[in-house]
Design a protein around this ligand. Structure first.
Ligand code: UD1
Length: 402
């Protein structure tokens, strides 16, 4: 465990402050954009008359610079006060090690509240510690359900919500799920989507990014093809995928790769931002060389937050298995082929007004969705309270509850 920030002094001297003490937790890439607006909203209140002490703990599940550090810079938040240094491992290893290390922090710091976001292993592990240490727990992005227990995230969501004292939800679907599970309505607070706070705060900076400077970081030569595609106005597609169900089996990943090479990249340039898990599997299954050689594919390392926004806002179509991207596509009006059989974010689906179609990893279905969406008109879809002010509502509610 490494103590990184000013708060080490407070920790080591045993000095105690009055007022509300909050520990918030991040662990993996999708957490950083959810915690940034919360920290900013807390700061805004702390600089007024409220007496709040905040400590940010990073479990260290994601540790590569481009999966972690670059986000703190882009989102303009201070580096975490404490890094638990957990790293990669099996789920039991990650959750177990996180619990052991986080318990030490909670015992030493004695917070009034622990705030967790999303559904990664850090979310679940730190929620269990919070309640075992009898600390109040708030979950931002509560109530999402895919009803698919093969997804590790679904288990994390269910455990976290069952233990939370205050559940901040993004949509009426989430409220309904929690109601069906018997959560007390007083503990559920519909506040909107905190990811959209971050998107709106950074939209203009992302717009200013030069797309070519992002594409120039390509690891292969598909780049030239993209320049041609951009110049003749054909547009381009963006691909991200990292879910074990899509990338961990050779046969599944192999057929997806064939589709992206033979169908998508043959029609329009395809910008593929490669998650470390996916890169490892492509290498292991011997699929990487063909991807690298494909003239229509522009292969990028994981890109920063602003760069991803830029790619999304400029893309003609997105293929993804990420929940966050499905949401961002709605706000940018980018049609989205979702490489999953289900979603915990039904508001993003075309049939509910959104821009995403569920296609799983069966090629026929993906092909159909691609054909249907690629020429569809772009239109923005903004669900209720996805307005950029979610974090303010969260902090307001926490202060009210004390
Ligand atoms: C995790 C989250 C997932 C989220 C995703 C975003 C869980 C259960 N899953 O999945 O919900 O959508 O993050 O990325 O918490 N690796 C690196 N460098 C890193 C981190 C990981 O190389 O900084 C490699 C390692 O080989 C590791 C693999 O990526 O084994 C997978 O990482 P892991 O943290 O286990 O889960 P993700 O697939 O990233």
């Amino acid at each position: 465990m490494r103590f990184l920030g000013w708060s080490y002094f407070w920790y080591s001297t045993g000095l105690r402050r009055s007022g509300m003490k909050i520990i918030s937790v991040v662990g993996a890439r999708p957490n950083f954009m959810k915690i940034a607006p919360f920290i900013r909203a807390l700061k805004a209140r702390t600089s007024g008359k409220e007496d709040i002490t905040h400590l940010l703990v990073h479990t260290g599940q994601h540790y590569d610079d481009n999966m972690s550090r670059v986000f703190f810079q882009a989102l303009d938040i201070s580096m975490p006060d404490i890094d638990l240094g957990i790293g990669s491992g099996t789920h039991a290893e990650q959750v177990g090690k996180t619990m052991i290390e986080f318990e030490k922090v909670v015992r030493a710091r004695k917070p009034d509240w622990i705030v967790v976001v999303g559904d990664v292993n850090a979310t679940c592990a730190c929620s269990i510690v919070a309640k075992k240490e009898n600390v109040k727990l708030a979950h931002i992005e509560a109530g999402l359900r895919s009803f698919d227990l093969r997804m590790p995230e679904e288990i994390n969501r269910m455990v976290t919500d069952r233990l939370s004292d205050l559940l901040f939800t993004t949509s009426s679907y989430a409220n309904e799920n929690l109601g069906n599970e018997g959560v007390c309505p007083e503990n559920i607070k519909f506040v909107g989507n905190i990811m959209i706070d971050t998107l709106e705060a950074h939209r203009s900076n992302a717009e200013k990014i030069d797309l070519r400077s992002v594409l120039n970081t390509a690891e292969n030569t598909g780049h030239n093809f993209l320049q041609e595609g951009l110049e003749d106005g054909k547009g381009f597609a963006v691909l991200t995928m990292h879910r074990p169900s899509n990338v961990d089996q050779k046969e599944t990943l192999g057929s997806l790769v064939r589709f992206f090479i033979d169908v998508v990249a043959a029609e329009m340039p395809l910008v593929w931002t490669l998650h470390p898990r996916t890169r490892n599997r492509l290498e292991e299954f011997g699929l990487l060389p063909e991807v690298e050689r494909c003239r229509g594919i522009i292969l990028l390392k994981p890109v920063g937050y602003l760069e991803m926004l830029k790619l999304n806002m400029e893309a003609g179509i997105v293929f993804t298995d990420s929940g966050g991207l499905q949401e961002e596509c709605c706000i940018f009006g980018t049609p989205c082929v979702t490489l999953r059989e289900n979603t915990e974010r039904p508001e993003t689906l075309v049939e509910n007004g959104g821009l995403s179609m569920l296609a799983g990893n069966k090629i026929d279905k993906i092909h159909d969705a691609f054909s249907e969406l690629k020429d569809s008109a772009n239109r923005v879809f903004r669900p209720p309270l996805w307005d950029g002010r979610t974090a303010e509502r969260i902090v307001e509610e926490m202060l009210k509850r004390g």
